[in-house]
Design a protein around this ligand. Structure first.
Ligand code: PLP
Length: 356
């Protein structure tokens, strides 16, 4: 029975366990004390990821949230305003930290699929006067999570970043899934990162490491971020253990992201035929490793997504409610094409059972 086996967990690409080879790399890693500045594996990872995204330096941190918030802390002063898409992670999933940790406001702007163009940037920059907050930083999220897993075209992002520069604003990329975007769009991570001052990368999403993210940027900024990392409680000791997993992920798990994207399309094709379910985008247009779909809901207090998640969980399939009537499935390293087919079969059967 599926329910007695490991669940097919499509809640997020963060749920992966280290592979045997990754464990082996962790076991073999030379360690030090990174707060004292002598963990060789952390230093090697920081150099490796900085080179990979074409920045001068990098800082290894516990989470993507910390990477983004260190960037915001370094780029801004209290009272400054950050321009970000209304669906962005820094608004919805970072517990208000731009306000709490940096004293900043976020100006949320619109745009299809979690993206925006140069005109939207121009329109959102404040006039410089004594009444207005100071516009300071534009954040570009790639891929855009709540936007549907969409990957920014390089020219659109370049024009948005150029618009920011025209107003002397700084640019940060929330690149939690930048490597997914690079596989989808065919640019390198460093080609995309070149439009921005700083970029954050997650190793614990599609890349399959257990823990860890990096903030990459100019060496002087990264030194400042190292101070704030300690202040935020993110100084870690024998973190080379984790950095070894991240190094392994960078070396071995980037190109295979294409498999996750194929599996997401595969899942979407299964879902397309199911009655009473509306995909956010057609299977062939599935942007990366995420599939979103809506259920018909009777009214604003109706929460059919949570009910479906609970029913699926008892059958060994896990999805995430991304809204009252919206579900999200994310493909990753620990889910095969066969498991996608199995999960889709279970979803179809649960939907059938739930029909009035
Ligand atoms: C996951 C994610 C992050 C970081 O999340 P943590 O859980 O703090 O590692 C940042 N941005 C986006 C777009 C994400 O999806």
């Amino acid at each position: 029975m599926v329910s007695t086996q490991r669940p097919i967990d499509l809640r997020s690409d963060t749920v992966t366990r280290p592979t045997e080879a990754m464990w082996e790399a962790m076991r073999r890693a030379p360690l030090g004390d990174d707060v004292l500045g002598d963990d060789p594996t952390v230093q090697a990872l920081e150099a490796q990821v900085a080179a990979r995204v074409g920045k001068e330096a990098a800082l290894f941190v516990p989470s993507g949230t910390m990477a983004n918030q260190l960037a915001i802390r370094c780029h801004t002063q209290p009272g400054d305003e950050i321009i970000a898409h209304e669906s962005s992670h820094i608004i919805h999933y970072e517990t208000g930290s731009p306000a709490a940790l940096s004293g900043c406001m976020v100006r949320a702007i619109g745009g299809a699929d979690g993206m925006f163009d140069a005109d939207a940037v121009h329109a959102s920059v404040r006039d410089r006067n004594i009444h207005a907050p100071r516009s300071r930083l534009v954040v570009i999220e790639n891929t855009s999570n709540r936007g549907g897993g969409t990957a920014w075209p390089l020219d659109l992002a370049t024009r948005a970043a150029c618009a920011a520069r025209e107003h002397s604003l700084l640019v940060h990329i929330d690149g939690a899934r930048l490597f997914n975007a690079s596989i989808v769009r065919g640019y390198t991570a460093s080609e995309f990162a070149a439009i921005a001052d700083t970029v954050s990368i997650c190793f614990s999403k599609g890349l399959g490491a257990p823990v860890g993210s990096a903030l990459c940027g100019p060496a002087s900024l990264i030194e400042e971020a190292r101070r704030f990392r300690k202040m935020f409680g993110g100084g870690m000791r024998q973190s080379g253990l984790l950095a070894a997993a991240c190094r392994y992920a960078l070396d071995h798990h980037v190109d295979r992201l294409a498999d996750d994207h194929a599996n997401a399309r595969r899942l979407a094709s299964h879902i397309q035929g199911m009655p009473g379910v509306q995909l956010l985008c057609p299977p062939e247009a599935t942007p990366s490793n995420m599939v979103f779909f809506d259920l018909p809901s009777a009214g604003p207090k109706d929460r059919p997504a949570a009910a479906l998640c609970a029913a699926l969980q008892s059958r060994g399939v896990r999805l995430l409610a991304a809204g009252p009537a919206r579900l999200r499935a994310v493909t990753h390293l620990d889910v095969s094409a066969i498991e996608i087919d199995l999960a889709a079969g279970i979803l179809a059967s649960v939907l059938h059972d739930q029909r009035p």
